[in-house]
Design a protein around this ligand. Structure first.
Ligand code: HEM
Length: 451
């Protein structure tokens, strides 16, 4: 790594070295979930504690393999997490378990085959071109809002073949309100914080969900009323989906919940990955120059297309490294069904198992200088444990949209870096997780035309 790259230490979350009191935990959980990860989780494979219920934080590749693959049935999604998400996404794909999950996964999987994702790439390129236009005025710019606009366009295209029924601003404000309120409230439940502890977020979260569901329902009604041939988008696949065993089809409610999840998950996480990548490049001029040179050589002034991505491996490395340092989904939680052993520790039924992807990606035993930005870690041919790097999870419940996200992020990042030079601006971002790892107060950068 060069000296210039070494001088920059990417923003990290505060790490508490001592054990926090219950009140401190409750307050930290509201502020930033990442603060709950104890310092030793970055050095040890598993950490166990008790706040009313026994909990574990796992940061070990072999342990993740057992939880996400080998003994998956023993670790369903945590009931508290599911309860928190239920008002927004019901028993849809992300939240369901067992046969409920399986048939929904089968129903949406065809939309995300490589062939179909490549077919969606022109929408991604068009969005990248619009982002270039918007950023052309230059100057100090907040990038997360820009990237959310870009990725929202794409998900509306893939999910609903357009966005006529969406007030993008209203929808995106509702998402932010929901994340900030429901996420915080539920963590208090996780930690066994008593009912009387104020949870002011619940009402706001309810209103946000109603706003979002209203828009999704309108879009679905409009599609049902259409007589023209199907658009072959996500909504069409779901309208046609049928459980091969029971013959069941998605109810209007199932449809709303699933579409709601796809629209939120499909754009928020990807926008964050691109924004964090731009922040890292802005602070590492040498890596930024290399990424720009690669993009220019391949694109020659055009907007990136799906077919360009393989020829730009460094852009991909930057994205992978950005998601190592800032995994958009920084922490997951699982319920324990039966007694098991992880990293030599006995795990009892009803314990809570936290999967802090954030700590796994910054673990001292797994990564050299884990706090540093070094895209070289992901150079082609580099070997690492499959379960050491999990921005999209793994096993049967791996993110169904991973290819889609990487293609979209690659097209947008390559196009932007070809067209602009980014420099850091104030204020500097702090990573804060409520449901996703967002930069607070945003990613502010100076946007300039390169030489
Ligand atoms: C950078 C972007 C993204 C990241 C980091 C991400 C991350 C994740 C992770 C970690 C999981 C596993 C959760 C668990 O095991 O509990 C997941 C699941 C899921 N993701 Fe993504 N995701 C991204 C983009 C997308 C996109 C673009 C879509 C769809 C358009 C999507 C749809 C889903 C769905 C439906 C699941 C549930 C799969 C199942 O349970 O079978 N995600 N995602």
């Amino acid at each position: 790594m060069s000296e210039a790259a070494q001088a920059f230490i990417p923003a990290a979350a505060p790490v508490h070295k001592r054990r926090l009191s219950r009140l401190e935990i409750a307050l930290a959980a509201r502020r930033n979930v990442l603060e709950l990860i104890p310092a030793i989780s970055y050095r040890q494979p598993i950490v166990t504690g008790e706040v009313l219920r026994r909990w574990h934080m796992l940061a070990d590749p072999a342990g993740y393999k057992r939880v996400m693959l080998d003994n998956l049935a023993n670790y369903p999604k945590s009931e508290i997490m599911r309860r928190m998400l239920r008002p927004a996404i019901g028993e849809s794909l992300f939240n369901a378990d067992g046969p409920e999950w399986k048939w929904q996964r089968q129903a949406v999987a065809p939309v995300f085959t490589h062939r179909n994702v490549v077919a969606l790439a022109p929408a991604m390129s068009a969005t990248a071109a619009r982002a270039v236009q918007r950023l052309s005025s230059g100057g100090r710019t907040e990038l997360v809002a820009e990237m959310l606009t870009a990725t929202f366009d794409v998900i509306c295209d893939v999910a609903l073949s357009g966005r006529e029924h969406f007030d993008a601003n209203a929808f995106s404000h509702a998402i932010t309100r929901y994340f900030q309120t429901a996420g915080r409230t539920s963590l208090l439940d996780f930690l066994g914080v008593p009912e009387w502890f104020p949870r002011p977020g619940e009402l706001i979260a309810g209103a946000a969900v109603r706003t979002m569901h209203g828009m999704v329902a309108q879009a679905i009604d409009a599609r049902r009323a259409q007589t023209a041939s199907p658009a072959d988008d996500l909504l069409d696949h779901m309208l046609a989906a049928q459980d091969p065993e029971t013959g069941r089809r998605m109810s209007p409610e199932d449809l709303i919940y699933n579409m709601q999840f796809f629209i939120v998950a499909g754009h928020e996480t990807t926008a964050l990955a691109i924004s964090w990548a731009l922040y890292l490049l802005a602070n590492s001029p040498e890596h930024q120059d290399r990424a720009r040179a690669e993009a220019r050589a391949q694109l020659n002034g055009k907007v990136a297309q799906a077919g360009d991505l393989d020829a730009m491996p460094f852009i991909n490395q930057v994205l992978e490294e950005a998601m190592r340092l800032y995994p958009p989904v920084g922490l997951l939680a699982r319920h324990v069904v039966a007694r098991d052993e992880l990293c030599g520790r006995t795990i009892n039924p009803n314990d809570i198992l936290f999967l802090p992807i954030w700590a796994l990606h910054r673990h001292e035993l797994l990564w050299e200088h884990p706090e540093m930005f070094d895209p070289g870690r992901f150079a082609p041919g580099t070997v690492r444990d499959r379960y050491q790097y999990l921005p999209f999870g793994a096993g049967p419940r791996v993110c169904v949209g991973a290819n889609f996200a990487m293609m979209q992020a690659g097209i947008i990042l390559a196009t932007l870096i070809q067209n602009f030079r980014f420099r850091p601006a104030q204020p500097q971002p702090k990573p804060v997780m409520t449901m996703t790892v967002r930069p607070d107060p945003g990613i502010f950068l100076m946007v300039e035309r390169p030489d």
